[in-house]
Design a protein around this ligand. Structure first.
Ligand code: SF4
Length: 1019
């Protein structure tokens, strides 16, 4: 399997063929410049669009602002516009750059464009801002002052980096010696803000100096204090940047900030990039920060540039991440001649809901496009609904005495609606904060209604993740009684809390740790505070701790975790649960494994104590990753979501709950450290800005509802004070101002309900995985191969995404591949690489994971060096230079999309094309090498992809076995291509039909990473 193969993404149903553009040859060759406008419309492409959508899609040259309200078909317009530009030959696919924010959004846009423009091209750059900036930096690493191996640090890793270098930063008040790490998270946020605002360290220094000069001439002590603070922060920012460059690290903000600097400082690079893109499109423009818009302006060049932005100022909800509302409100300032199209036909909600949402959002005037531009943004409902509007209207307001009453009533309403024939998945409960979900989950549980929760934070608090953190801490530290308690009472060991508490009390009386007390109890059962059954569990717990503690000196943390999960049987239980009730718990575990993997990679020595320390730093610095993504199509269950998670989704019936003051709108929590006022582009975060942002969030919530919207609140959520209904409800429903409510004492029932909160809500059985319907799949060769090997393995690996331990085979293959690719990249730039540099490339990419012992690892590394030495020698006498290395492709084969990467492409003087895939597997005789090349499905798929892209198959397909230096060569016959296509189609159909039947076999199961948990495994 190619170790670089990507993961699966499931996408919505395939759009029927009429929407697709016909293939025409000319697109494979550059159109003549300048392009003459040809408004020959493609009827199928525009036929189902509204007049306004069509106007947006067919806008000719020049800047364009598309104001796309909720549910007005924003993505449709953007993807059709890309297709239209190509069809009308206004740009070749490679001359289009489309930028968005998340990988998921970029993938969805790519899929939709693929369906419209099925040439099999990946030439259009559809990318996130960060990935685009990263690509620029890596392509011009030298000029950017980076190596091509620089590591990108996530926000938590940035905090760890700051911690490691804390005493190298010129800090005083922000490094109090009694609590030196107190400001780490705030510093990381401040530096990110600076990046978002396109503030370089030298600009920050200048601003701080100017502030100091003003303060020096003033009598204002507060100003003097602020100037001193800013001077310290500016100096820290300067050193932070220097340290990051020295360590060859960049942070997320750098991916855009440094790319900007690169383009500004190197006119030739800027000219090259400008010449490359004829049209730039930006999705979710309201979420761009200042630096991102600067990047767009720089790339597009000039006020008449072909830049199209799509957004809705009323849905701008990421101010806390640096989004600058001023970008969309001020688009016309940058592009005075911009055309604009306002999309107001809503294909989602009833008019009653849209009217109420508009009534609400008007309270944000005058800081809205509607007010600023004098446009009408009121949405008009265009959908037909099967059910009539309820007699009382599509919006219902419910008030309750207590929060528990509210949760029970909402669960009751959902139960009634399900009984009335609505699927559970048609209902969404929107909560403002992650913890607000608990009472609703409990009430749903009581009625045995299946649910799925997705929050913007809270991964570490999920029971299935918490137990893993406790396991790591308990194994790393025998005196950590809290973690030992958590582990003992977890669902894995299941000791009763009272019994463990008795042991804990005894332990604290004698100043012992809980683990020591449990050991004593185990050694002296006659005096133990447990019954016989509990004692057996205690012994099992201690044995597990002992076993993993002794393994921890040799195994990586990931391996340790994996062993714990499989040997305890818990992973198997989770997996069976995933079959019955959905897979978000497994996905949460997988996310945690990913965090452990990333953190391990940053450690010099991936051993448990260091990793636990690192994790504690992360958690201490406020790292709170989100839980599993929302998958509205997986399992029929009620969706309980935070508002930010709900953005972009829609549900027939939406419940917005807990609508009281101080909860929604929430209290303003400003950043602990702020940039000097002279550097902030948007107005400072005063109360009104926060209120406006909260109102937009409320608006986003309301516009998720298609048919019915229920707004609810309660007077008593505990805490001894009566709550007032949210002002947003008044505004949306045009109710008279709130009447003050007398202070209430918490009711007895509410107190009881709150006390019951100690028990985490357990999921009920009931939901089950559903088929994939008609959805288009995106598959890598690795996934196709997994499915062909064993459909059950495919399901475990790519659908449930069960984490697997890192394997040494993967680590070895990855490092070898990376070294060879590095060599070829240098070769393509005519920069020869010495053998020592090649070894250094190997070492830089080497991961110490999965090896049995250090000796094993060293033996493998020696083998890799031998292979590279042979490879390097061969290359010294080989005149061939690759035409492309690691070139990505994505083509539609049958109904599905196949993505991949050619390791190496060669084109000789006669134009003969050869595709080579490097293999790290051990093949030692030429006959086997040739047979493997002949039979390789991977090469067959690559040949198909090449044919789709270039109109004819490659002339030669090769496998290059690095360990022996043997090369197996084969041809791309028609028969081979047909066979490869048939297999891809069969895999797609099998997955869509939900056929995941295991195909066990001794050889297959022996190497399968799921053999410990697979009930069908042959052992
Ligand atoms: S253990 Fe065997 S049967 Fe089970 S998933 Fe793996 S290959 Fe398939």
């Amino acid at each position: 399997m190619n170790p670089l193969s990507s993961t699966i993404e499931l996408v919505p149903a395939v759009v029927p063929a009429p929407d697709q553009l016909p293939f025409f040859e000319e697109l494979t060759t550059p159109p003549p410049r300048p392009v003459r406008p040809r408004l020959r419309l493609q009827p199928p492409l525009l036929a189902d669009l509204t007049p306004r959508q069509r106007k947006a899609v067919t806008h000719g040259d020049g800047p364009l602002l598309i104001v796309a309200g909720a549910g007005t078909g924003k993505t449709t317009v953007l993807t059709r516009r890309i297709a239209w530009l190509i069809a009308e030959k206004r740009a070749r696919p490679s001359e289009i750059l489309a930028l968005t924010f998340t990988e998921k959004a970029a993938a969805e846009m790519q899929e939709r464009v693929d369906r419209l423009v099925p040439y099999g091209y990946m030439d259009s750059v559809i990318s996130t801002f960060h990935a685009f900036g990263d690509r620029l930096l890596r392509d011009h690493a030298l000029e950017a002052g980076l190596s091509d191996r620089s590591t990108v640090l996530s926000r938590p890793e940035q905090v760890i980096f700051l911690r490691e270098h804390l005493f190298e930063l010129p800090l005083d008040r922000y490094r109090p010696l009694g609590d030196p790490t107190r400001f780490l998270g705030a510093l990381a946020t401040l530096f990110s803000r600076a990046r978002d605002e396109d503030v370089t360290p030298s600009r920050y220094e200048t601003a701080a100096r100017e502030l100091a000069e003003i303060a020096a001439e003033s009598d204002d002590d507060a100003l003097k204090e602020e100037a001193a603070e800013q001077a310290e922060l500016a100096a820290a920012y300067v050193v932070y940047e220097r340290l990051m460059r020295a360590a060859d690290r960049i942070d997320f903000g750098d991916q855009v900030g440094l790319a900007l600097r690169l383009l500004r400082d190197h006119p030739a690079i800027l000219a090259g990039e400008r010449g490359r893109y004829r049209h730039i499109l930006v999705d979710e423009f309201q979420d761009t920060n200042h630096a991102q818009f600067e990047l767009v302006k720089l790339l597009a060049g000039g006020p008449s540039a072909n830049v199209t932005v799509v957004g809705d100022d009323d849905q701008s909800i990421y101010r806390f991440r640096g989004a600058a509302l001023s970008n969309i409100l001020g688009f016309r300032a940058a592009y005075p001649r911009a055309a604009s199209v306002v999309l107001i036909e809503n294909f989602r909600s009833r008019q009653t809901i849209l009217d109420a949402a508009h009534r609400l959002i008007e309270h944000n005037d005058p800081d809205r496009l509607e007010a600023k531009e004098g446009i009408d943004k009121r949405l008009r409902a265009k959908s037909a609904f099967r059910r009539p509007e309820p007699v009382g209207g599509a919006i219902e307001l419910l008030g309750f005495a207590t929060g528990s009453d509210e949760a029970d009533a909402i669960a009751e309403r959902i139960a009634a609606s399900i009984n009335d024939g609505r699927p559970a998945g048609d209902h969404a409960v929107l909560v403002r904060g992650n913890r607000d979900a608990d009472p609703f989950l409990r009430s749903l549980n009581m009625r045995r209604i299946p649910w799925r929760f997705s929050g913007t934070a809270g991964l570490y608090q999920q029971p299935e993740v918490r137990v893993l953190v406790s396991f790591l801490r308990a194994v790393a530290d025998a005196t950590d009684s809290v973690s030992c308690y958590d582990l003992a009472t977890s669902e894995i060991f299941g000791l009763a809390a009272e019994e463990v508490t008795r042991a804990l009390n005894a332990a604290s009386r004698r100043r012992m740790s809980l683990e020591a007390a449990l050991r004593e109890a185990s050694a002296h059962p006659e005096t133990a505070p447990f019954g016989r059954q509990a004692l057996e569990v205690v012994q099992r717990l201690l044995a597990s701790i002992d076993r993993h503690r002794s393994m921890s000196s040799e195994r990586t943390t990931g391996e340790l975790l994996y062993h714990f999960m499989t040997s305890s049987g818990w992973l198997g239980r989770l997996m069976r649960e995933a079959d019955d009730t959905g897979d978000e718990r497994v996905q949460n575990v997988a996310r945690f494994f990913e965090i452990v993997r990333r953190q391990s990679a940053l450690l010099r020595d991936d051993r448990l104590p260091f990793l636990v320390e690192q994790l504690d730093t992360l958690i201490g610095a406020g790292d709170d990753p989100s839980t599993a993504e929302v998958d509205v199509d997986s399992g029929d269950a009620v969706h309980v979501l935070t508002y930010h998670r709900a953005k972009g989704l829609e549900f027939p019936m939406v419940f917005m709950v807990g609508l009281v003051e101080d909860r929604f709108p929430s209290r303003d929590r400003r950043d602990a450290l702020a940039l000097p006022a002279s550097l902030g582009r948007d107005a400072p975060a005063d109360g009104d800005h926060h209120l406006s942002e909260e109102r937009r969030l409320f608006y986003v919530g309301m516009t998720r509802a298609a048919e019915e919207l229920v707004l609810s609140w309660a007077v008593d959520y505990g805490g001894g004070r009566a709550r007032r209904m949210s002002q947003f409800v008044h505004e949306a429903l045009d109710l008279p101002p709130a009447t003050p409510t007398a202070t209430l004492r918490p009711s007895a029932i509410e107190r009881l309900a709150r006390n019951a909160r100690a028990a985490a809500p357990a999921r009920t059985e009931g939901s089950h995985a559903v088929g994939l319907g008609d959805r288009q799949l995106t598959l890598s060769f690795g996934q196709i191969n997994d499915y062909l090997e064993c459909p059950a393995r495919y399901r475990y690996a790519h659908m449930i995404r069960i984490p697997t331990p890192a394997s040494h085979q993967m680590a070895y293959g990855r490092a070898l591949h990376a070294a060879v690719q590095g060599f070829h990249r240098r070769q393509m730039r005519n920069e020869p690489m010495s053998l020592d540099e090649l070894y250094a490339e190997l070492d830089a990419n080497w991961e110490s994971v999965g090896f049995l012992t250090r000796e094993h690892e060293e033996a493998r590394r020696r083998a890799a060096r031998d292979a590279l030495a042979r490879f390097w020698q061969e290359q010294q006498t080989d005149p061939a230079r690759p035409a492309a290395v690691e070139q990505e492709f994505a083509v539609v084969l049958g109904r599905d999309r196949v993505r991949g990467r050619y390791d190496r492409v060669d084109v000789d003087a006669d134009g003969r094309v050869s595709i080579t895939d490097y293999k790290s597997s051990d093949v030692r005789d030429p006959a086997t090498a040739a047979r493997r090349a002949r039979e390789s499905l991977q090469l067959g798929i690559y040949a198909l992809a090449w044919e789709r892209q270039h109109g004819k198959p490659p002339d030669e397909l090769s496998l290059h076995f690095l360990e022996s230096g043997l090369v197996g060569r084969s041809a791309a016959s028609d028969r081979r291509l047909d066979r490869a296509q048939a297999r891809v189609v069969a895999v797609g159909e099998g997955i869509r039909a939900g056929n995941f039947e295991a195909t066990p076999a001794v050889n297959r199961c022996g190497f399968c990473p799921f053999r410990e948990i697979c009930p069908d495994a042959v052992r």
